[in-house]
Ligand binder design. Sequence first.
Ligand code: MRU
Length: 343
Amino acid sequence: MPQELRAVDWTGNSLALIDQTVLPHRAETVEIRDVDALVDAIQRLVVRGAPAIGAAGAYGVALALLQGEREGWDTGRVRAEVARIREARPTAVNLMVCVDRVMTRFDEGIEAVLAEAAAVQREDVEANRAMGAYGADWLLKRVGADRPLRLLTHCNTGALATAGWGTALGVIRELHARGQVEVVYADETRPLLQGSRLTAWELVQEGIPHYVQADGAAAGTILRGEVDAAIVGADRIAANGDTANKVGTVGVALACADAGIPFLVAAPTTTVDLSTASGADIHIELRGEDEVLEWAAVRTAPKESRGHNPAFDVTPGRLVTGLVTERGVLTVSAGELPGDHLR
Ligand code: MRU
C-alpha cells in the first residue's frame, strides 16, 4: 500500500498543506506561516474537505499564537485572528468544532495548543478507520458479499479531505482491501472537479478500478441498475439527519431512493451538529460566480449571464439510508436520528 497521505501536517513551526488546487498534475506542498495565508488556503480550497479544514483550523490556533509572538499582538488580537480562521468557510462544522476544542487550551500556551491540535488530527484518523470497518460490514450485510460491489461516490472524501484514510472513500478503501470492490463511479464534482482531480487520483494510488463521470450522469447510472450503493461524506449533519454535502449530493440520494439502493453518509461525529435542528438552518456557502461562468479561467457563459454557485446542498434525512460514524451505523431513514442517538 502506498504511504498514507497527510493533507495537513505540522512541521514544528508552520503548517504544510498538500496543494489540492494543482493535483493530480503537480504534487506540491505549501508552507503556511501566518493567519492570512491559512484563511486564503481554506477559501481557495488548497486545503478542503470538512475534517481536513478542521485539522487545519486546529493547528491554525498555534499559527496565530506564534504569529502573535513574532508581531507583538495582545491576546485580544490573537483571539480575533483565530475567529477569522474559524469563519473562513461557513458550512463544514468541523472547522468551528476543532478550533473551539483547541481554544479550550489557549490559556495554557503553545505546547498545550499543539498537543490538542495533534489529538484532533490523531482522533480523526482513528475515527476514519472505525468508519471504514463499520461501513464495509454494513454494506456487505445489507447488499450481500457474494460478488464485489459497484459503488458511486461524490466529491472527494479520502485522505486528502481528512487527517488521513478518508470517510466515504475510507469505507471504499476498506472494501477494496477485503476484495469487495468491482468498480467505483466517481462523480467529477462541479465546480472545482474534486472528484475527477482528487478522488480519481486517490483511486489510482490504491489501484481501485473506477470511472469518472459527469455529475449529471449519476442519476442515470443508478437508475440503469449499474450501482449497488452510493456513499458520500458530509460537511454538517443536523440533529434530524439532514445532511449538507457537496452540491449535487441530493440528486444522488433521490436517485438511490428511486432505485431502492442504499445511500450512505460517512462522517465522524465532529460533523454532526446537534445544535442545528434541521437542514434549513445550515448556512450553505455561496462561492464566486466565475467558478461556473468560466472554464479554466476562460469565460464560457455569455457575458450577460449571472452565475449561481452554491458549494453544497442538503439531503433530507429521509433519504439517508445509513449514517456511518466512528460509533456505528444509524439507519436515519428508518427513524434512528442523530439527535436521539449521538448526544
Ligand atoms: O468544497 P469542498 O471540497 O471542501 O467540499 C467537500 C465535501 O463536500 C466533502 O464531501 C465533505 O467535506 C466530506 S470530506 C471527508
